[in-house]
Design a binder for this molecule. Structure first.
Ligand code: 0WD
Ligand code: CA
Length: 384
Protein backbone atom coordinates (compact mmCIF):
# COMPACT_ATOMS: atom_id res chain seq x y z
CA UNK A 1 0.00 0.00 0.00
CA UNK A 2 0.98 3.58 -0.50
CA UNK A 3 0.93 5.50 2.71
CA UNK A 4 -2.67 6.11 3.78
CA UNK A 5 -4.08 5.23 0.39
CA UNK A 6 -7.82 5.00 0.66
CA UNK A 7 -9.93 2.35 -0.97
CA UNK A 8 -13.62 2.98 -1.01
CA UNK A 9 -15.76 -0.06 -1.40
CA UNK A 10 -18.83 -0.28 -3.55
CA UNK A 11 -21.75 -0.10 -1.20
CA UNK A 12 -24.53 -0.65 -3.69
CA UNK A 13 -26.52 -3.52 -2.26
CA UNK A 14 -27.62 -4.83 -5.62
CA UNK A 15 -24.20 -5.07 -7.20
CA UNK A 16 -22.08 -5.10 -4.11
CA UNK A 17 -22.77 -8.60 -2.98
CA UNK A 18 -20.51 -10.24 -5.51
CA UNK A 19 -17.65 -8.03 -4.47
CA UNK A 20 -18.18 -9.03 -0.87
CA UNK A 21 -18.36 -5.39 0.10
CA UNK A 22 -21.98 -5.03 0.90
CA UNK A 23 -23.39 -4.38 4.28
CA UNK A 24 -26.99 -3.38 4.75
CA UNK A 25 -28.40 -2.02 8.00
CA UNK A 26 -32.07 -2.93 7.82
CA UNK A 27 -34.15 -4.21 10.70
CA UNK A 28 -36.07 -6.71 8.57
CA UNK A 29 -32.85 -8.48 7.56
CA UNK A 30 -32.04 -9.32 11.17
CA UNK A 31 -35.52 -10.06 12.49
CA UNK A 32 -34.98 -13.73 13.21
CA UNK A 33 -34.43 -15.89 16.26
CA UNK A 34 -32.01 -14.96 19.03
CA UNK A 35 -28.40 -15.89 18.22
CA UNK A 36 -26.22 -17.74 20.71
CA UNK A 37 -24.80 -15.27 23.23
CA UNK A 38 -22.79 -17.00 25.90
CA UNK A 39 -23.09 -15.97 29.54
CA UNK A 40 -20.35 -13.36 30.00
CA UNK A 41 -17.56 -14.36 32.38
CA UNK A 42 -15.34 -11.84 34.15
CA UNK A 43 -11.72 -12.71 33.39
CA UNK A 44 -10.24 -9.70 35.18
CA UNK A 45 -10.66 -6.04 35.97
CA UNK A 46 -8.69 -2.84 36.18
CA UNK A 47 -8.91 0.59 37.75
CA UNK A 48 -8.00 4.09 36.66
CA UNK A 49 -7.16 6.43 39.51
CA UNK A 50 -7.77 10.18 39.88
CA UNK A 51 -4.73 10.84 37.65
CA UNK A 52 -5.98 8.31 35.08
CA UNK A 53 -3.21 5.89 36.02
CA UNK A 54 -3.82 2.19 35.30
CA UNK A 55 -3.92 -0.46 38.04
CA UNK A 56 -4.43 -4.16 37.40
CA UNK A 57 -6.96 -4.50 40.22
CA UNK A 58 -10.39 -3.47 41.50
CA UNK A 59 -9.35 -0.62 43.80
CA UNK A 60 -11.87 1.78 42.21
CA UNK A 61 -14.89 -0.51 42.52
CA UNK A 62 -17.54 1.25 44.60
CA UNK A 63 -20.23 -0.24 46.82
CA UNK A 64 -23.89 0.55 46.35
CA UNK A 65 -25.68 1.93 49.41
CA UNK A 66 -29.46 1.68 49.16
CA UNK A 67 -30.89 5.12 50.01
CA UNK A 68 -33.35 5.33 52.88
CA UNK A 69 -36.01 6.92 50.68
CA UNK A 70 -37.31 6.15 47.19
CA UNK A 71 -37.75 9.93 46.81
CA UNK A 72 -34.29 11.09 47.84
CA UNK A 73 -34.05 14.71 46.64
CA UNK A 74 -30.39 14.44 45.53
CA UNK A 75 -29.13 17.72 44.10
CA UNK A 76 -27.23 16.76 40.94
CA UNK A 77 -25.93 20.31 40.44
CA UNK A 78 -24.21 20.50 43.79
CA UNK A 79 -20.43 20.85 43.39
CA UNK A 80 -20.51 21.45 39.63
CA UNK A 81 -18.74 24.80 40.03
CA UNK A 82 -16.32 24.02 42.83
CA UNK A 83 -15.92 20.26 43.41
CA UNK A 84 -15.57 18.88 39.88
CA UNK A 85 -12.38 17.53 38.31
CA UNK A 86 -13.15 16.65 34.73
CA UNK A 87 -11.20 14.12 32.68
CA UNK A 88 -9.25 15.69 29.80
CA UNK A 89 -11.37 14.85 26.77
CA UNK A 90 -8.66 15.92 24.31
CA UNK A 91 -6.64 12.85 25.23
CA UNK A 92 -7.70 9.95 23.02
CA UNK A 93 -6.86 6.78 24.93
CA UNK A 94 -8.19 4.39 22.28
CA UNK A 95 -7.69 0.80 23.50
CA UNK A 96 -4.57 1.61 25.55
CA UNK A 97 -5.93 0.64 28.99
CA UNK A 98 -7.32 -2.65 27.66
CA UNK A 99 -4.00 -3.41 25.95
CA UNK A 100 -2.12 -2.77 29.20
CA UNK A 101 -4.49 -5.20 30.87
CA UNK A 102 -3.93 -7.84 28.16
CA UNK A 103 -0.14 -7.63 28.48
CA UNK A 104 -0.14 -8.27 32.22
CA UNK A 105 -2.84 -10.95 31.97
CA UNK A 106 -1.71 -13.07 29.00
CA UNK A 107 -2.10 -16.13 31.22
CA UNK A 108 -5.86 -15.52 31.38
CA UNK A 109 -6.25 -16.26 27.68
CA UNK A 110 -6.85 -19.84 26.53
CA UNK A 111 -3.70 -21.91 26.75
CA UNK A 112 -2.02 -23.97 24.08
CA UNK A 113 -2.67 -27.72 23.86
CA UNK A 114 0.31 -28.58 26.08
CA UNK A 115 -1.23 -26.53 28.86
CA UNK A 116 1.64 -24.07 28.92
CA UNK A 117 0.77 -20.45 29.15
CA UNK A 118 0.93 -18.28 27.14
CA UNK A 119 -0.31 -20.11 24.11
CA UNK A 120 1.88 -20.99 21.14
CA UNK A 121 2.91 -17.95 19.09
CA UNK A 122 1.35 -15.79 21.77
CA UNK A 123 -2.01 -16.10 20.05
CA UNK A 124 -4.79 -14.88 22.31
CA UNK A 125 -7.34 -17.28 20.78
CA UNK A 126 -9.83 -14.43 20.82
CA UNK A 127 -11.49 -13.00 17.73
CA UNK A 128 -12.30 -9.49 18.95
CA UNK A 129 -10.90 -7.17 21.62
CA UNK A 130 -12.66 -3.86 22.14
CA UNK A 131 -14.53 -1.58 24.55
CA UNK A 132 -18.04 -2.58 25.60
CA UNK A 133 -19.22 0.92 24.59
CA UNK A 134 -18.18 0.27 20.99
CA UNK A 135 -20.24 -2.92 20.92
CA UNK A 136 -23.21 -1.04 22.42
CA UNK A 137 -23.06 1.32 19.43
CA UNK A 138 -23.01 -1.61 17.00
CA UNK A 139 -25.89 -3.36 18.75
CA UNK A 140 -28.15 -0.31 18.59
CA UNK A 141 -27.25 0.64 14.99
CA UNK A 142 -30.37 -0.87 13.33
CA UNK A 143 -32.53 1.49 15.40
CA UNK A 144 -30.29 4.56 15.43
CA UNK A 145 -31.46 7.52 13.37
CA UNK A 146 -29.24 10.34 14.65
CA UNK A 147 -25.62 9.46 15.31
CA UNK A 148 -23.28 7.63 12.95
CA UNK A 149 -19.98 6.01 13.91
CA UNK A 150 -16.47 5.20 12.75
CA UNK A 151 -14.78 2.00 13.89
CA UNK A 152 -11.11 1.32 13.20
CA UNK A 153 -10.23 -2.38 12.96
CA UNK A 154 -6.77 -3.95 12.93
CA UNK A 155 -6.06 -7.67 12.63
CA UNK A 156 -2.95 -8.45 14.64
CA UNK A 157 -1.61 -11.90 15.52
CA UNK A 158 -4.97 -13.51 14.84
CA UNK A 159 -7.13 -11.07 16.85
CA UNK A 160 -9.30 -8.22 15.53
CA UNK A 161 -8.90 -5.04 17.58
CA UNK A 162 -11.71 -2.52 17.22
CA UNK A 163 -11.30 1.10 18.37
CA UNK A 164 -13.78 3.88 17.79
CA UNK A 165 -12.78 7.06 15.97
CA UNK A 166 -14.68 10.23 16.82
CA UNK A 167 -16.79 11.47 13.90
CA UNK A 168 -16.54 15.10 12.79
CA UNK A 169 -20.13 15.58 13.95
CA UNK A 170 -19.43 14.11 17.41
CA UNK A 171 -16.31 16.28 17.73
CA UNK A 172 -18.30 19.37 16.78
CA UNK A 173 -20.97 18.53 19.34
CA UNK A 174 -18.40 17.85 22.04
CA UNK A 175 -16.70 21.19 21.38
CA UNK A 176 -19.99 23.09 21.44
CA UNK A 177 -21.72 21.60 24.44
CA UNK A 178 -23.95 24.04 26.28
CA UNK A 179 -23.55 24.74 29.98
CA UNK A 180 -26.75 22.77 30.51
CA UNK A 181 -25.36 19.71 28.70
CA UNK A 182 -22.15 19.93 30.74
CA UNK A 183 -24.22 20.08 33.93
CA UNK A 184 -26.23 17.05 32.86
CA UNK A 185 -23.04 15.07 32.23
CA UNK A 186 -21.75 16.08 35.64
CA UNK A 187 -25.10 15.10 37.17
CA UNK A 188 -24.64 11.49 36.06
CA UNK A 189 -21.41 11.24 38.05
CA UNK A 190 -22.87 13.19 40.98
CA UNK A 191 -25.69 10.66 41.17
CA UNK A 192 -23.08 7.88 41.56
CA UNK A 193 -21.49 9.79 44.42
CA UNK A 194 -24.82 9.98 46.30
CA UNK A 195 -25.30 6.21 46.06
CA UNK A 196 -21.81 4.75 46.36
CA UNK A 197 -19.30 4.21 49.15
CA UNK A 198 -15.62 3.32 48.82
CA UNK A 199 -15.89 0.38 51.21
CA UNK A 200 -18.62 -2.17 52.02
CA UNK A 201 -19.14 -0.69 55.51
CA UNK A 202 -18.82 2.90 54.34
CA UNK A 203 -21.25 5.65 53.49
CA UNK A 204 -21.53 7.83 50.41
CA UNK A 205 -19.84 11.22 50.70
CA UNK A 206 -21.80 13.85 48.76
CA UNK A 207 -19.49 16.55 50.18
CA UNK A 208 -16.53 15.12 48.27
CA UNK A 209 -15.05 15.99 44.88
CA UNK A 210 -16.36 14.39 41.67
CA UNK A 211 -13.35 13.25 39.64
CA UNK A 212 -14.23 11.68 36.30
CA UNK A 213 -10.72 10.33 35.76
CA UNK A 214 -11.55 7.54 38.19
CA UNK A 215 -13.00 4.34 36.80
CA UNK A 216 -13.42 0.66 37.53
CA UNK A 217 -13.62 -1.60 34.48
CA UNK A 218 -14.57 -5.24 34.24
CA UNK A 219 -12.99 -7.38 31.52
CA UNK A 220 -15.32 -10.09 30.28
CA UNK A 221 -15.14 -12.97 27.86
CA UNK A 222 -18.14 -14.14 25.91
CA UNK A 223 -19.16 -15.45 22.50
CA UNK A 224 -21.68 -14.20 19.97
CA UNK A 225 -22.36 -17.07 17.53
CA UNK A 226 -18.99 -17.79 15.92
CA UNK A 227 -17.22 -14.74 17.39
CA UNK A 228 -15.27 -14.95 20.63
CA UNK A 229 -15.16 -11.58 22.33
CA UNK A 230 -13.13 -9.98 25.10
CA UNK A 231 -14.19 -6.50 26.07
CA UNK A 232 -13.81 -4.05 28.94
CA UNK A 233 -16.60 -1.91 30.30
CA UNK A 234 -16.86 0.65 33.06
CA UNK A 235 -18.93 -0.58 36.01
CA UNK A 236 -20.45 1.90 38.45
CA UNK A 237 -20.68 -0.24 41.61
CA UNK A 238 -21.44 -3.60 43.13
CA UNK A 239 -24.45 -4.61 45.18
CA UNK A 240 -22.95 -5.94 48.40
CA UNK A 241 -26.32 -7.37 49.48
CA UNK A 242 -26.44 -9.43 46.30
CA UNK A 243 -26.84 -13.12 47.24
CA UNK A 244 -24.35 -14.48 44.70
CA UNK A 245 -21.74 -11.72 45.28
CA UNK A 246 -20.12 -12.96 42.09
CA UNK A 247 -19.17 -10.59 39.28
CA UNK A 248 -20.70 -9.65 36.90
CA UNK A 249 -23.98 -10.70 38.60
CA UNK A 250 -23.38 -8.37 41.58
CA UNK A 251 -22.70 -5.31 39.41
CA UNK A 252 -25.10 -2.41 39.08
CA UNK A 253 -25.41 0.28 36.44
CA UNK A 254 -26.52 3.74 37.60
CA UNK A 255 -28.37 6.08 35.27
CA UNK A 256 -30.16 9.38 35.41
CA UNK A 257 -33.03 10.47 33.22
CA UNK A 258 -35.54 13.29 33.11
CA UNK A 259 -38.77 12.79 34.98
CA UNK A 260 -41.65 11.85 32.67
CA UNK A 261 -44.94 13.70 32.77
CA UNK A 262 -46.88 12.34 29.81
CA UNK A 263 -47.31 9.15 27.74
CA UNK A 264 -45.32 10.65 24.88
CA UNK A 265 -42.25 11.09 27.07
CA UNK A 266 -42.72 7.58 28.39
CA UNK A 267 -42.87 6.22 24.82
CA UNK A 268 -39.68 8.03 23.83
CA UNK A 269 -37.97 6.76 26.96
CA UNK A 270 -38.93 3.19 26.02
CA UNK A 271 -38.03 3.51 22.36
CA UNK A 272 -34.82 5.51 22.44
CA UNK A 273 -33.30 5.36 25.90
CA UNK A 274 -34.06 1.88 27.17
CA UNK A 275 -32.50 0.28 24.09
CA UNK A 276 -29.19 1.92 25.03
CA UNK A 277 -29.51 1.01 28.69
CA UNK A 278 -30.38 -2.56 27.77
CA UNK A 279 -27.55 -3.03 25.24
CA UNK A 280 -24.92 -1.57 27.55
CA UNK A 281 -25.79 -3.77 30.52
CA UNK A 282 -26.76 -6.90 28.58
CA UNK A 283 -23.33 -7.14 26.91
CA UNK A 284 -21.29 -7.69 30.11
CA UNK A 285 -24.16 -9.40 31.95
CA UNK A 286 -24.90 -6.60 34.43
CA UNK A 287 -28.32 -7.67 35.74
CA UNK A 288 -29.73 -4.47 37.23
CA UNK A 289 -29.91 -0.76 36.48
CA UNK A 290 -30.80 1.84 39.12
CA UNK A 291 -32.37 4.89 37.50
CA UNK A 292 -32.72 8.26 39.16
CA UNK A 293 -35.36 10.53 37.62
CA UNK A 294 -34.56 14.23 37.91
CA UNK A 295 -36.78 17.27 37.73
CA UNK A 296 -35.90 20.42 35.82
CA UNK A 297 -34.07 21.81 38.85
CA UNK A 298 -31.64 18.88 38.71
CA UNK A 299 -33.04 17.11 41.78
CA UNK A 300 -33.52 13.35 41.76
CA UNK A 301 -37.14 12.95 42.73
CA UNK A 302 -37.57 9.20 42.31
CA UNK A 303 -35.59 6.00 41.93
CA UNK A 304 -36.51 2.94 39.93
CA UNK A 305 -34.77 -0.38 39.47
CA UNK A 306 -34.78 -2.11 36.07
CA UNK A 307 -33.87 -5.75 35.54
CA UNK A 308 -31.79 -5.83 32.36
CA UNK A 309 -33.33 -9.09 31.19
CA UNK A 310 -36.88 -7.75 31.69
CA UNK A 311 -36.40 -4.41 29.92
CA UNK A 312 -37.63 -5.76 26.64
CA UNK A 313 -40.94 -6.84 28.20
CA UNK A 314 -41.54 -3.23 29.25
CA UNK A 315 -41.12 -1.87 25.75
CA UNK A 316 -42.48 -4.54 23.45
CA UNK A 317 -46.00 -3.10 23.41
CA UNK A 318 -44.76 0.09 21.72
CA UNK A 319 -45.38 0.04 17.97
CA UNK A 320 -42.27 -0.55 15.87
CA UNK A 321 -40.27 -1.16 18.97
CA UNK A 322 -36.68 -2.39 19.06
CA UNK A 323 -35.92 -6.07 19.49
CA UNK A 324 -32.91 -7.53 21.28
CA UNK A 325 -32.61 -10.33 18.68
CA UNK A 326 -32.32 -7.78 15.84
CA UNK A 327 -29.53 -5.98 17.71
CA UNK A 328 -27.57 -9.18 18.32
CA UNK A 329 -28.13 -10.64 14.84
CA UNK A 330 -26.95 -7.37 13.35
CA UNK A 331 -23.83 -7.36 15.53
CA UNK A 332 -23.14 -10.99 14.60
CA UNK A 333 -23.45 -10.15 10.89
CA UNK A 334 -21.30 -7.04 11.20
CA UNK A 335 -18.50 -8.94 12.94
CA UNK A 336 -18.68 -11.60 10.20
CA UNK A 337 -18.44 -8.81 7.63
CA UNK A 338 -15.34 -7.45 9.40
CA UNK A 339 -13.74 -10.90 9.29
CA UNK A 340 -14.53 -11.21 5.59
CA UNK A 341 -13.09 -7.78 4.73
CA UNK A 342 -10.06 -7.65 7.03
CA UNK A 343 -7.79 -10.53 6.10
CA UNK A 344 -4.28 -9.07 6.20
CA UNK A 345 -2.66 -9.53 9.61
CA UNK A 346 -0.69 -6.32 10.12
CA UNK A 347 -0.56 -4.08 13.19
CA UNK A 348 0.02 -1.01 10.97
CA UNK A 349 -3.05 -1.55 8.81
CA UNK A 350 -6.48 -0.11 9.66
CA UNK A 351 -9.82 -0.76 8.00
CA UNK A 352 -12.02 2.16 8.95
CA UNK A 353 -15.69 1.15 8.96
CA UNK A 354 -18.08 4.03 8.64
CA UNK A 355 -21.81 4.25 9.12
CA UNK A 356 -24.29 7.13 8.81
CA UNK A 357 -28.00 6.76 9.66
CA UNK A 358 -30.01 5.67 6.63
CA UNK A 359 -26.92 4.44 4.79
CA UNK A 360 -25.06 1.18 4.33
CA UNK A 361 -21.76 0.52 6.04
CA UNK A 362 -18.68 1.41 4.00
CA UNK A 363 -14.97 1.20 4.72
CA UNK A 364 -11.63 2.66 3.74
CA UNK A 365 -8.16 1.13 4.12
CA UNK A 366 -5.22 2.97 5.71
CA UNK A 367 -1.59 1.94 6.11
CA UNK A 368 0.55 3.80 8.69
CA UNK A 369 -2.00 6.58 9.08
CA UNK A 370 -3.38 8.68 11.90
CA UNK A 371 -5.89 5.84 12.39
CA UNK A 372 -3.32 3.24 13.46
CA UNK A 373 -3.99 2.56 17.12
CA UNK A 374 -1.91 -0.43 18.27
CA UNK A 375 1.10 1.11 20.06
CA UNK A 376 4.62 -0.26 19.52
CA UNK A 377 4.90 -1.17 23.21
CA UNK A 378 1.91 -3.49 22.78
CA UNK A 379 3.01 -5.09 19.52
CA UNK A 380 6.51 -5.78 20.84
CA UNK A 381 5.49 -7.05 24.28
CA UNK A 382 2.69 -9.26 23.02
CA UNK A 383 4.96 -11.14 20.64
CA UNK A 384 8.10 -11.38 22.76
O1 0WD B 1 -11.84 6.11 22.80
C1 0WD B 1 -13.03 6.27 22.81
N1 0WD B 1 -13.64 6.74 21.76
C2 0WD B 1 -13.83 5.91 23.99
C3 0WD B 1 -13.23 5.46 25.10
C4 0WD B 1 -15.28 6.04 23.92
C5 0WD B 1 -15.95 5.54 25.06
C6 0WD B 1 -15.27 5.11 26.14
N2 0WD B 1 -13.92 5.09 26.17
C7 0WD B 1 -13.23 4.56 27.31
C8 0WD B 1 -12.84 5.41 28.43
O2 0WD B 1 -11.52 5.13 28.75
C9 0WD B 1 -13.76 4.99 29.59
O3 0WD B 1 -13.04 4.87 30.78
O4 0WD B 1 -14.12 3.67 27.77
C10 0WD B 1 -14.28 3.69 29.17
C11 0WD B 1 -15.73 3.34 29.44
O5 0WD B 1 -15.91 2.28 28.59
P1 0WD B 1 -17.27 1.61 28.23
O6 0WD B 1 -17.84 1.03 29.45
O7 0WD B 1 -16.96 0.74 27.09
O8 0WD B 1 -18.14 2.86 27.72
P2 0WD B 1 -19.69 3.12 27.81
O9 0WD B 1 -20.47 1.89 28.02
O10 0WD B 1 -20.01 3.95 26.63
O11 0WD B 1 -19.82 4.05 29.06
C12 0WD B 1 -19.80 3.59 30.38
C13 0WD B 1 -19.49 4.74 31.29
C14 0WD B 1 -20.42 5.91 31.12
O12 0WD B 1 -21.50 5.77 31.98
P3 0WD B 1 -23.00 6.06 31.47
O13 0WD B 1 -23.85 5.78 32.66
O14 0WD B 1 -23.04 7.49 31.06
O15 0WD B 1 -23.25 5.14 30.33
O16 0WD B 1 -18.19 5.23 31.05
C15 0WD B 1 -18.18 6.64 31.13
C16 0WD B 1 -19.57 7.09 31.50
O17 0WD B 1 -19.59 7.28 32.89
N3 0WD B 1 -17.72 7.09 29.82
C17 0WD B 1 -16.51 7.54 29.59
N4 0WD B 1 -15.50 7.74 30.41
C18 0WD B 1 -14.39 8.22 29.87
N5 0WD B 1 -14.24 8.51 28.57
C19 0WD B 1 -16.44 7.82 28.22
C20 0WD B 1 -15.24 8.34 27.71
N6 0WD B 1 -15.08 8.65 26.42
N7 0WD B 1 -17.61 7.51 27.65
C21 0WD B 1 -18.37 7.07 28.65
CA1 CA C 1 -23.67 4.90 34.65
Amino acid sequence: FNSDKQYSSNMNRNTGHKHGHVFAVEVATYDSSFPDYRQPVEIGCFSLDSYRQFFNDGRQLKCYVEPSSKNPNFNLRDGYKDRYIKRNEHIKEKLDHILKWVLVNKQRFPMSADGKSPAVGNQLHTDFITWRGHLTKILTTPYESREGWLMAVTLFNGTYYMSEVETEEAKRQREHRTEMQEELMYGGYKFEQYLCADKPQGNPNPAGVVNTNEAFCTVVRTRLSSHSLVFAGEVDCKDISCPSQKPPQCYLELKTSREMYNPNQQRNFHRFKLIKWWAQSFLPGVPRIIAGFRDDEGKVVSLQSFDTMKIHHLVKNERNCWKPAVCLNFCDAFLSFVKKVVTQDDHRLVHLFSWQPGKDISYTVHMDSVYSFLPDWYVEKLLY
